[in-house]
Design a protein around this ligand. Structure first.
Ligand code: FAD
Ligand code: DLZ
Ligand code: SF4
Length: 510
């Protein structure tokens, strides 16, 4: 009996279900760099280099351990450019008895690969991706008959199921389930943010960087400097460094933004977890252990764990619950094009310029930059969800549709009409001013509400609330907002509308 085992670029872990019963003598592991995957959106150059290098290192480790690996490089002769084409080529060379793979993370592939049984003359088995803490079926059961799908309640279930930060009776550590209210400190002067973890390029990475520079020259983003970990061993070091250097302040400054500090006290682990180099549960267990050993603040530890076992799993649950229709949601009927400055950072709005430039350099921005600067702008400016989703899927090294889409359509754009968030996360410039130092270096004035010098977030926020009054006024969480809008006289409302019209007319110079 011989089996062909296909491993995708975000399944780079020995524990992946498709390898569980791999027979070193008779089976072949197929991995392939394919044009279809690298170009179905024009991924950031650093994202492609990261994945190709991680794939090549993973394949080499398997080979060194005695597995048969069929690794297809992007520029190999006869590379067909697609997963199916590569499976067909493998079958043309050898008659396998079975084809096995772990379920792909994105719906478009899941749908396609789900029909492969009829294309291949052997058993085709798609296995559950058991790296996650909750299966799509479990999430569906949890969601059934609930009026609202609130992350907080799902998160508590995960804490209890995996016995994380709970006592023997499932009571939460410290008496509360959630310490988020302590995690909103604005940045203070003189924060001593540690330098990010940086791994030296080896020959495999150098080869990949050359390939990406040649083949993906027209893709967004800076390829160099390239410093990501591309092996499990180095990714494991990244957790230890996070725990040692950043975790203590992760909670306090989780929402803070500082010019010139793209990495802050965040973990920078999402790209490693999402491609499989790290497993989510092992990351969480290490952080929990560090809490027990090192007297770390509970608000930091709980906050981090909530992101991984709460938000990350909940987001994935929503994706599989609601696909494929979720990709077309546009509750607010937003229809504006994505402004050109999203691709070059050339805007006078300093907050936007900083977040876009850092995204271009690093294929990374931390959560609050994605949510409250870039996402907030897309929401209040009414950018079409299709363009916003494509941008986010392209620009971040951790972006796969299962995690990108609910964050964008649900969390930032309210395109799902409130399934994921109970109200739109819209904010004016004063939020950005409180949580960052961006406004100091901005051409616009954050304290001015109207006129050409006013911070665009200020009038766009009210223009958004005004535009969507019919749809949003009934939301109890927006009662205060609409009470304030009601207090505005006609002149003020006209000034907001006029400033917004002027802004959109001249958006390329904004
Ligand atoms: P930290 O802030 O240190 O958080 C720790 C871990 O928690 C992360 O590594 C990640 O695994 C997990 N996590 C935290 N928040 C979320 C969340 N909302 N959804 C899923 N996982 C979460 N994350 C992605 O992995 N891929 C994406 O494509 C992605 N797109 C996003 C788009 C928008 C509009 C927003 C608002 C958020 C998005 N996120 C995405 C979530 C979050 O911003 C990133 O996971 C985080 O910034 C990664 O950096 P980090 O590892 O330093 O995370
Ligand atoms: C993102 C990506 C890219 C750019 N290229 C490849 C590739 O050439 N080969 C591969 O196996 N995987 C790649 N990936 C990751 C896949 O897009 C990912 O596995 C699917 O989207 C499923 O989540
Ligand atoms: Fe951004 Fe407005 Fe502050 Fe400028 S003033 S950095 S546009 S929030």
């Amino acid at each position: 009996m011989s089996t062909l085992r296909l491993i995708l670029g975000d399944q780079l872990n020995r524990e992946v279900s498709s390898l569980s019963d791999c027979d070193k003598d008779n089976d072949t592991i197929l991995m392939c760099e394919v044009w279809d995957e690298a170009t179905y959106v024009k991924h950031h150059k650093k994202k492609i280099a990261f994945l190709f290098s991680a794939m090549r290192h993973f394949a080499k480790d398997l080979e060194d351990d005695g597995y048969n690996v069929r690794y297809v490089k992007l520029d190999d002769d006869d590379n067909s450019g697609s997963f199916k084409g590569e499976v067909e080529r493998a079958f043309n060379e050898k008659n396998y008895d079975a084809l096995v793979f772990t379920a792909p993370g994105e719906y478009r592939l899941f749908d396609d690969m789900g029909s492969w049984q009829s294309d291949f003359d052997c058993d085709v088995e798609m296995r559950e991706d058991d790296r996650y803490l909750c299966t799509p079926e479990e999430f569906k059961d949890w969601a059934e008959n609930r009026k609202q799908l609130r992350m907080e309640y799902f998160y508590r279930e995960m804490r209890k199921k995996y016995k994380i930060l709970v006592d023997d009776d499932d009571n939460p550590e410290g008496g509360e389930w959630n310490y988020d209210s302590q995690n909103r400190k604005p940045p203070k002067d003189g924060l001593d943010v540690p330098a990010p973890y940086s791994v030296e390029q080896d020959d495999i990475t150098k080869d990949v960087i050359k390939l990406v520079a040649e083949r993906f020259d027209d893709h967004f983003g800076d390829l160099e400097p390239f410093y990501f970990a591309v092996t499990r061993a180095d990714a494991l070091k990244a957790i230890d460094i996070f725990i040692k250097q950043r975790l203590e302040k992760f909670g306090d400054y989780q929402d803070a933004m500082v010019e010139g500090e793209p990495w802050m006290y965040h973990a920078h682990l999402s790209f490693y977890i999402n491609c499989g180099l790290l497993l989510p549960l092992e990351v969480v267990r290490k952080v929990e252990q560090a809490y027990k050993d090192k007297d770390l603040p509970l608000n930091a530890v709980e906050g981090f764990i909530r992101q991984v076992i709460g938000w990350r799993e909940y987001i994935r649950g929503i994706y599989w619950l609601k696909m494929p229709q979720y990709a077309n949601e546009n509750f607010l009927e937003a229809d504006r094009d994505l402004p050109a400055f999203f691709w070059d950072g050339k805007t006078q709005m300093n907050c936007m310029k900083q977040c876009i430039t850092e995204t271009k350099e690093n294929a990374y921005a931390h959560h609050i930059q994605r949510l409250m600067v870039l996402g907030n702008f897309c929401l209040i400016a009414g950018i079409d969800p299709r363009f916003v989703n494509e941008w986010y899927l392209i620009v971040y090294a951790d972006a796969y549709e299962w995690v990108e889409l609910p964050n964008v359509s649900g969390m930032i754009l309210y395109a799902d009409g409130g399934l994921l968030g109970s109200k739109p996360y819209a904010a004016s410039g004063s939020y950005i001013n409180r949580m960052s130092d961006y406004c100091k270096g901005c051409k616009y004035s954050v304290t001015k509400k109207n006129g050409p010098k006013a911070c665009p977030f200020n009038y766009l926020y009210w223009d958004f609330m005004s535009r969507h009054e019919d749809t949003l006024r009934g939301n109890p969480r927006l009662n205060m907002v609409y009470a304030n809008l009601d207090k505005m006289d006609d002149e003020k409302r006209e000034a907001i509308a006029e400033d917004s019209r002027r802004f959109f007319k001249n958006i390329d110079d904004a």
